[in-house]
Design a protein around this ligand. Structure first.
Ligand code: ZN
Length: 114
């Protein structure tokens, strides 16, 4: 039974490779975005480069950034940093305004299910 499972395993190298590539890509994205968060206070330009790279990788591998994308501006790719963005709440939406380029991101606030 184990041998059979191993045989099937060997027959699917292509799919496995793709999965592995995506997994590595995801890790790189997380690493880059974490780095961007770390460095944004010292070197804002470099932080943006990290975000740019992360977004490029995400696009190439069609990886959804999900929660990670709330850390930077979708338009100019600068990570949100102190004094670089404004948060307002309007009609149960959080409006995050990027002070670099003026881009507004609207995030609906979901009512908590009880
Ligand atoms: Zn922006």
């Amino acid at each position: 039974m184990l041998k059979l499972a191993f045989g099937i395993f060997l027959l699917m190298p292509l799919k496995r490779e793709k999965d592995l590539e995506r997994k590595i890509a995801k890790e790189r994205i997380e690493f880059l975005l974490n780095k961007a968060q770390e460095i944004k206070k010292e070197n804002y330009e470099l932080a943006r480069r990290y975000v740019e790279l992360a977004v490029k990788i995400a696009k190439k591998y069609r990886i959804r950034l999900g929660k990670l994308k709330v850390f930077f501006c979708k338009k100019c790719l600068y990570p949100y940093s102190e004094g670089k963005f404004r948060v307002r709440i309007h009609k149960s939406r959080v409006i995050v305004t990027c002070l670099n380029c003026g881009y507004e991101r609207r995030v609906p606030v979901k009512p908590k299910k009880s």
